[in-house]
Design a protein around this ligand. Structure first.
Ligand SMILES: [Zn+2]
Length: 169
């Protein structure tokens, strides 16, 4: 996918996430994903999977999201937000299993998930609020937004904030 097209898709995912937060009056972290699901009539449950982080089955009548109960809560939240991306961005497939790879749809769902869990304006504000505690900013923000530190680190970079270098894996 050409860069311009990819950027447009990312911007659209950001806008859609902001719309959803506004629609449900969510104005501070951590974002209550369960509330969004409940109001949308989406069933959510957790099951212990061996190989998948989550599943989304959308038959258009009774959409169901299942997350892996063995994953940490922050990962479960990201998975749930990612599935909400497939849902709200109207990705027309009957089912998804995560991680779903690097296709444009998966990227869009990831961008939506990051935007929903870590809205740009909120992250920028908190980043400033914690300026005096710059060494612990990432863990503090991760805790506040109930996301993994790795996810927050990616987001902070994505927003052009001044994150420390990424640790080697
Ligand atoms: Zn996916």
């Amino acid at each position: 996918m050409p860069t311009a097209q990819r950027e447009a898709a990312a911007a659209a995912a950001e806008r859609r996430a902001t719309e959803i937060l506004t629609r449900y009056g969510l104005a501070a972290p951590p974002v209550e994903l369960e509330e969004i699901c409940r109001r949308e009539g989406l069933a959510v449950c957790a099951r212990p999977f061996d190989y998948v982080a989550g599943i989304f089955v959308n038959d258009g009548v009774f959409p169901v999201i299942v997350v892996n109960s063995r994953d940490r809560r922050t990962r479960q939240r990201f998975t749930l937000a990612h599935e909400l991306g497939h849902y709200f961005l109207r990705h027309r497939r009957k089912s998804f299993a995560e991680p779903g790879g690097k296709s444009p749809l998966e990227r869009e769902a990831n961008r939506f998930a990051a935007s929903l869990l870590m809205p740009a304006a909120w992250v920028r504000r908190s980043w400033k609020d914690y300026a005096s505690n710059s060494e612990n900013r990432l863990p503090l923000l991760a805790e506040l937004f109930e996301v993994s530190q790795a996810a927050m680190e990616v987001r902070v970079k994505e927003l052009g904030l001044n994150g420390p270098p990424r640790p080697r894996r």
